[in-house]
Design a protein around this ligand. Structure first.
Ligand SMILES: *Cc1c(COP(=O)(O)O)cnc(C)c1O
Length: 388
C-alpha cells in the first residue's frame, strides 16, 4: 500500500517557530536566562485571563509544584480520577500523599455525583476538615482533569469542594483553550477556576515546547512560591543562599521561543481541530454501531482528542486499532485505569463502572492540527469499510 502514514497527534510548526528559536540561538540565551520565558509567561497568562503564569519544564512538574503550593501534606489523601494519564496522579505520591480514585461521568471527567457521594457517605467533617472514615486520613484536595479538552463539571465540583473543605487542583494539561461560554463561569478558562491549574506543552499537546508546562493560580503567593521552588529556592543570587528544598523545574529560553510561536497559532489549531471533529462526527456518530463522544454544550472546547466509542461495532477495540494500523492509520485505546496498575492497586476506588466501560470501548482517532481533511476522510472510509 502506498498510502501515507497518518499519525494520531503530531506537532505543527508552521508559524514563527524557526525564527524565534533562531533568535534564541543567535542571542546565545538558550538556557534559563533570556527574555522569552517571561514573555511566554505573560502571553499565556493574558490568553487565559490570569495575572500571572509560572513556567516549568513539564506538566508533571507543574502538578508537583501545585500540590506543594496547595499545602498537601504527607499522609493526606487527594481525590483523583482513574481514567486519565498517570502523570495526573504520580505527583500526589511525590508529596507522600495518597490518591483515592473517583469514577468518571459521560464527559470522561470526574463524576460530580460520585465525588459528592464519596464525601457525604465515606467521609466526615471535623474542625472544617474532611476525613476519610475508612482510613482516618484527612482528604485535603481534589485533582480534577479536563480529559481530552472537555471541561469537568466545575460549577458542581467547586460547590462540593467548598462544602467539604477541599483545595481544587485543575490538571488542564489537555485543555488549554477550553472555556465556558455559559453559566456561572462564563468566560473562564479550564485551569483558572479552582485554586491552581496546570498546562502542558508536551509534544502531543495542543501546543508544544518539546516539553514544558505552566502553572496559574488565584493565590498570588502560591505563584510566587511555585516560581521560587522551580528555580532551586534561591534567595540570594550572589551568595547562593536557599531557604527550602527547591527543584530545577525551569523552562528554557529555547523552549519558550517555541512556545511563543505556538501560542500565536493556538486559535487556528483549535479551529482546525473543530473542523476535523465535525467531519468525523457527521460521518460516524450514531452509525455503524459507533459514537463520537461529545464535548460539553456550555463550553468552547479546544477539541484536543476525539473519542470514537465502539457501542455496537463488529470489531473489538484492539482489533480495530490493529486493522487501522495495517492501513498506516495510528490510533490508540484510552489509558489503562490507574487504580488497576501496580503502584496504585491498593488504593481506594469509588464509582468506577463508567470508567471501566469507556476504557474498554474508546479508540482515539487521528486529530493533528495539520491533518488535512482528505486524510481524515481516509480514516473515516477505513472505519466504515471495516464495519461491513
Ligand atoms: C500530558 C499530561 C500530563 C503531564 O504533562 P507532561 O508535560 O507530559 O509532564 C498530566 N496529566 C495529563 C492528564 C496529561 O495528559
Amino acid at each position: 500500500m502506498n498510502e501515507t502514514f497518518i499519525p494520531l497527534s503530531v506537532p505543527n510548526f508552521s508559524g514563527n517557530e524557526k525564527e524565534y528559536v533562531n533568535d534564541a540561538v543567535v542571542s546565545e540565551w538558550v538556557s534559563s536566562g533570556g527574555s522569552k520565558v517571561a514573555d511566554f509567561e505573560e502571553k499565556l497568562a493574558a490568553y487565559v485571563h490570569m495575572p500571572r503564569a509560572v513556567a516549568c519544564n513539564s506538566g508533571t512538574s507543574g502538578l508537583h509544584l501545585a500540590l506543594i503550593c496547595a499545602g498537601v501534606q504527607p499522609g493526606q489523601e487527594v481525590l483523583a480520577p482513574a481514567l486519565t494519564f498517570i502523570a495526573a496522579v504520580n505527583p500526589i505520591r511525590y508529596v507522600f500523599a495518597q490518591p483515592v480514585f473517583i469514577g468518571c461521568d459521560d464527559t470522561l471527567c470526574m463524576d460530580p455525583d460520585a465525588l459528592e457521594a464519596f464525601c457525604r457517605n465515606n467521609c466526615e467533617v471535623r474542625d472544617n476538615k474532611l476525613y476519610n472514615k475508612a482510613t482516618g486520613k484527612q482528604v485535603a484536595a481534589v485533582m480534577v482533569v479536563h480529559v481530552f479538552g472537555n471541561m469537568a463539571a466545575m460549577a458542581r465540583i467547586m460547590q462540593i469542594a467548598q462544602q467539604y473543605h477541599l483545595v481544587v487542583i485543575e490538571d488542564a494539561t489537555e485543555a488549554l483553550g477550553t472555556y465556558y461560554t455559559e453559566g456561572p463561569y462564563k468566560g473562564k478558562f479550564a485551569g483558572t477556576i479552582g485554586d491552581v491549574g496546570v498546562y502542558s506543552f508536551n509534544g502531543n499537546k495542543i501546543i508544544t515546547t518539546g516539553s514544558g508546562g505552566m502553572l496559574v493560580t488565584s493565590h498570588p503567593e502560591w505563584a510566587e512560591h511555585a516560581k521560587h521552588l522551580s528555580t532551586q529556592a534561591k534567595t540570594d543570587e550572589l551568595q547562593f543562599c536557599h531557604d527550602e528544598v527547591g527543584y530545577n523545574y525551569r523552562l528554557t529560553n529555547l523552549q519558550a521561543a517555541l512556545g511563543l510561536a505556538q501560542l500565536e497559532q493556538l486559535e487556528g489549531f483549535i479551529a482546525h481541530k473543530m473542523e476535523l471533529y465535525n467531519l468525523y462526527h457527521e460521518a460516524l456518530n450514531g452509525k455503524y454501531g459507533l459514537r463520537i463522544l461529545p464535548f460539553q454544550k456550555d463550553i468552547r472546547a479546544n477539541h484536543w482528542f476525539f473519542s470514537l466509542y465502539l457501542e455496537d461495532y463488529p470489531l473489538e477495540r484492539d482489533e480495530l486499532i490493529a486493522a487501522l494500523a495495517a492501513q498506516k492509520i495510528q490510533t490508540r485505546p484510552v489509558w489503562a485505569l490507574i487504580n488497576q496498575q501496580p503502584p496504585y492497586a491498593n488504593c481506594e476506588a469509588y464509582g468506577m463502572q463508567k470508567a471501566e466501560d469507556y476504557r474498554a470501548k474508546i479508540v482515539n482517532i487521528p486529530c493533528s492540527t495539520n491533518l488535512p481533511l482528505l486524510q481524515a476522510q481516509r480514516v473515516i472510509n477505513a472505519i466504515i469499510a471495516l464495519a461491513k
